[in-house]
Design a protein around this ligand. Structure first.
Ligand code: ADP
Ligand code: MG
Length: 241
C-alpha cells in the first residue's frame, strides 16, 4: 500500500455539478454538469468568458453557495449537504478568499482588516485573551506579503497592489488550506498583477497552499500548474502550463 503515498490526494472536487439561478419566472442555467478535482498542493486556473460561470463555480467549491444538482467534496467527504452552520465553520477553517476588488473595510487599518477573520471566528472573550498573539501573527503575515510598513494605513491610502496584498494577508491569517482567488489581478496593471502572481506562486510552492484561481487573462492563467476552461456550462481540460 506504499504506492498510495505517491498518488496525488484529492483536496476539493465538484461532481456532476449543475447550478441554475432562479430570477423571477426565469431559470438561468449556468453550470450544466461540471466535473473538477483539485489535488492537494495544486495551483489551478479556471478561465472562460465573462458570464461563463467562473465565479459561480468558485463560490460552490468554497461553500459560499450550494449546487442545484451534484456534490462538492473536501478530502473525499461530501460537504455541500451539511447543515448551514457546519458549512460556515468548515468554510472559515478550510478556505481563504480573495477577490478582484479586495473587499476591504474602509474604516479599518491594514492590520485591523487582516484581523477581521479571527475576530469573526472567535468569541469576544477568546479574541481579547489571545489579542497579542493574533496581532503578532497578522504582523508576521503582513511582513510576508511585503506590507509591514503599512500597518496603520487605511485602504484609501494604499495602491491597488497593496490593497490586494492586504486582502491576501487577511485570507491567510486563519491558516487556510485552500486559497480561492477570483480575478485577483483583474483590477491591476500588468507589473503589479505579476507581483501578486509571484506572491501566490510562492505561497503555493513554499507553503503547499492549494490554489484555485479564476481569471480571464491567458498570460496570468498560464502561471498555474493546470488550466481548465468553462464553456457552455461545462469544463474543458486544457494543456498543462
Ligand atoms: P463569470 O464569473 O464567469 O463572469 P458568473 O459566475 O458571475 O460568471 O455568472 C454566470 C452567469 O450567472 C451570468 O449570466 C450571471 O448573470 C448569472 N448569475 C450569477 N449570479 C447570479 C445570481 N445570484 N442570480 C441570478 N443570476 C446570476
Ligand atoms: Mg466572475
Amino acid at each position: 500500500m506504499t504506492d498510495s503515498i505517491l498518488l496525488p490526494t484529492e483536496h476539493v472536487s465538484a461532481t456532476a455539478v449543475e447550478k441554475t439561478y432562479r430570477t423571477g419566472q426565469h431559470n438561468v442555467p449556468v453550470l450544466r454538469g461540471v466535473e473538477m478535482s483539485v489535488h492537494r498542493g495544486e495551483f489551478v486556473s479556471i478561465i472562460g468568458q465573462s458570464g461563463s460561470g467562473k465565479s459561480t463555480l468558485l463560490h460552490l467549491m468554497g461553500l459560499l453557495d450550494q449546487p442545484t444538482v451534484g456534490e462538492i467534496h473536501i478530502e473525499g467527504q461530501r460537504v455541500d449537504d451539511l447543515p448551514a452552520a457546519t458549512r460556515d465553520e468548515l468554510r472559515n477553517r478550510v478556505f481563504g478568499f480573495i477577490f478582484q476588488f479586495y473587499h476591504l473595510l474602509p474604516e479599518l487599518s491594514v492590520l485591523e482588516n487582516v484581523l477581521t477573520p479571527l475576530m469573526i471566528r472567535e468569541s469576544a472573550l477568546t479574541y481579547w485573551k489571545r489579542k497579542k498573539e493574533y496581532r503578532e501573527k497578522a504582523h508576521a503575515i503582513l511582513e510576508q506579503v511585503g506590507l509591514s510598513h503599512r500597518l496603520k494605513h487605511r485602504p484609501s491610502e494604499l495602491s491597488g497592489g497593496e490593497m490586494q496584498r492586504t486582502a491576501i494577508a487577511r485570507a491567510l491569517v486563519a491558516g487556510p488550506q485552500i486559497l480561492l482567488a477570483d480575478e485577483p489581478t483583474g483590477n491591476l496593471d500588468v507589473e503589479t498583477g505579476q507581483g501578486i502572481m509571484d506572491l501566490l506562486r510562492s505561497l503555493n510552492e513554499d507553503q503547499g497552499l492549494t490554489i484555485v484561481m479564476v481569471t480571464h487573462d491567458e498570460a496570468i492563467a498560464q502561471q498555474a500548474h493546470r488550466i481548465v476552461r468553462l464553456a457552455s456550462g461545462r469544463l474543458e481540460i486544457l494543456e498543462a502550463a
